[in-house]
Design a protein around this ligand. Structure first.
Ligand code: FAD
Ligand code: MG
Length: 376
């Protein structure tokens, strides 16, 4: 096994791996933690519901007490962040902000997150929009009371969106023009980052958290091997493939995650295009981002989904600092070159998957690209 020469991620390391795929099909929830744990490492695992999703954490350390302690701190932290950033909890800072006509004094971490969300909105040219709340609410995704808003309603709600409407003066936040904030596209990634910090502060060098498909890894598996993180096949059951990675976030946004069937027979999903106010229909069905920081990965998974295939590829080429796996509505898989040699595809995509490279418009077949990388 060797690390790839095309790696753009440090210390989010990726590995070249050719391993059978049959075994991983047995693993549920597209979450492949260590298959064989080092006998010397004492593992602890917990599962709970927070942030509207099932969360699982596994921690390995030299002692069971140390693992349990880290686990407990991490769970409390996720619950604390949920209470801070939930849009529906009337005691959260985001709820206070969304329902106040005046400026609200928020905690430093909320102010920092809002600033980062604004920055991501700028970088993605508004594709990632933390002020999308009025639209997400109108479509019923916050309350699960789904409905199709009229064109007029959508046009009116769009006048209340735009990240420039969030004004920050240190920790005092004002929302202009009836804007309201939804951090659902970024907060689970931030929670993953907090998890990683807690692990490191507690001396844990091998841990994994899965927040409903948003995975954050600390170190490698306890046996020193990279984690194998399965990516859901958006077209059916099972997985698209898996990435052999460590010390990084693997975060996916997909139109299959939350959606409803409208009375008109069409399916409407939860990622809203801030230009149209409708669920984004720009050619992509799932976007996975792999990079060190969960916050960045989460914002970009949502942002690139909204951008659509062409813009997402251009953005990856120009910005850099992350790797991506795009699945299009036509069932094609595009894998960025920094992760291609560390990705193992399931059989159904073997012949057709292609690699996005930095410097050419030609997309080589994944099979040819990874064979060349393995030979180097
Ligand atoms: P992502 O693609 O990462 O994010 C999609 C979500 O981001 C959408 O659901 C929407 O909320 C928002 N969004 C949509 N379009 C855009 C856009 N263009 N730019 C930016 N953001 C966009 N769910 C519940 O059902 N009940 C709960 O009580 C609940 N509480 C939550 C509390 C917190 C603190 C958080 C972070 C989430 C909570 N959720 C809850 C889940 C949330 O509503 C979203 O469904 C979830 O965050 C979607 O994440 P994702 O990874 O699937 O998709
Ligand atoms: Mg996201």
């Amino acid at each position: 096994m060797k690390s790839t020469s095309t790696l753009h991620l440090t210390p989010c390391a990726v590995f070249n791996l050719r391993i059978f795929i049959a075994a991983i099909m047995l693993v549920p929830a597209f979450f492949l933690s260590a298959c064989k744990q080092n006998e010397k490492a004492a593992g602890a695992t917990t599962q709970f519901v927070a942030m509207g999703t099932a969360i699982s954490i596994t921690v390995h350390s030299p002692s069971a007490e140390m693992s349990e302690n880290a686990l407990s701190i991490a769970q409390s932290e996720i619950t604390r962040l949920e209470k801070l950033w939930s849009t529906t909890d009337s005691e959260s800072e985001i709820f206070a902000l969304n329902t106040s006509l005046d400026s609200v004094n928020v905690s430093e971490e909320t102010a920092k997150l809002l600033l980062f969300a604004k920055e991501m909105a700028e970088q993605t040219d508004g594709a990632f929009d933390p002020t999308i709340y009025p639209l997400v609410d109108a479509w019923g995704f916050l309350t699960h009371q789904y409905r199709i808003p009229s064109n007029d309603e959508i046009a009116s709600l769009l006048s209340r969106t735009g990240s420039e409407k969030i004004l920050l003066e240190e920790n005092d936040v004002s929302l202009l023009d009836g804007a309201q904030v939804d951090l659902g596209g970024i907060a689970k990634g931030v929670a993953g980052d907090s998890f990683a910090s807690i692990m490191r502060e507690n001396g844990i060098t091998s841990a994994i958290i899965n927040l409903g498909g948003n995975v954050q890894l600390v170190g490698a598996r306890p046996d020193g091997e990279p984690w194998r993180i399965g990516i859901r096949n958006p077209f059916g059951t099972g997985i698209l493939g898996f990435a052999a990675v460590q010390n990084c976030a693997v975060i996916t946004s997909g139109s299959y995650e939350r959606n409803f069937l409208g009375g008109d027979g069409l399916v409407y999903h939860h990622i809203i295009d801030p230009e149209t106010g409708y669920p984004a229909e720009n050619g992509l069905i799932s976007v996975t981002i792999i990079t060190e920081e969960g916050s960045l990965a989460d914002a970009l998974s949502t942002g690139l989904f909204v951008m659509g295939t062409e813009k997402a590829i251009t953005f990856w080429r120009e910005r850099g600092g992350f790797e991506t796996i795009l699945v299009t509505e036509e069932n094609s898989v595009l894998i960025s070159e920094g992760i291609a040699a560390s990705f193992t595809l399931s059989d159904e995509y073997l012949a057709s998957a292609r690699v996005i490279t930095k410097d050419t418009e030609y997309f080589p077949l994944w099979t040819e690209f990874s064979a060349t990388a393995a030979a180097e």
